[in-house]
Design a binder for this molecule. Structure first.
Ligand SMILES: [Zn+2]
Length: 118
């Protein structure tokens, strides 16, 4: 077993109703999420991601910057995340990805803290 405790994972209890009355929440296994497990795949089917700009890694690699918006009214919606409040374990190797690029745990944590000042 590998530890998979996350500082930033979907909050299965998050719901948001936008100004047009559209309800947003995490879904997993084809239904609104009611529990969390680190191997579950969470999606927000009522939102889509829109690129609004580009930033650059120190090595010049591009980082797309964007926001989530309601698929029906385009209102900006910030999906709800939280940190794990207990240690989580999953089978197998742990990989750390930033925008699909594999990085070390140290780089992942450094970049997380840069983007989410305490
Ligand atoms: Zn909406």
């Amino acid at each position: 077993m590998m530890e998979a405790t996350s500082l930033h994972r979907p909050n299965e209890r998050w719901t948001h109703t936008d100004r047009h009355g559209h309800i947003h929440q995490w879904w997993t296994n084809g239904a609104p999420a009611t529990s969390y497990h680190p191997t579950d795949h969470f999606i927000t089917p009522t939102l889509h991601w829109v690129q609004t700009g580009i930033e650059y890694f120190e090595d010049g690699a591009e980082i797309p910057i964007g926001e989530h918006r309601c698929v029906r009214c385009e209102e900006k919606v910030e999906p709800g995340y939280k940190a794990d409040d207990c240690t989580q374990y999953v089978p197998g190797l742990t990989r750390y990805l930033i925008n699909g690029r594999s990085v070390s745990k140290e780089e992942y944590l450094r970049r997380y803290l840069e983007e989410h000042p305490q």
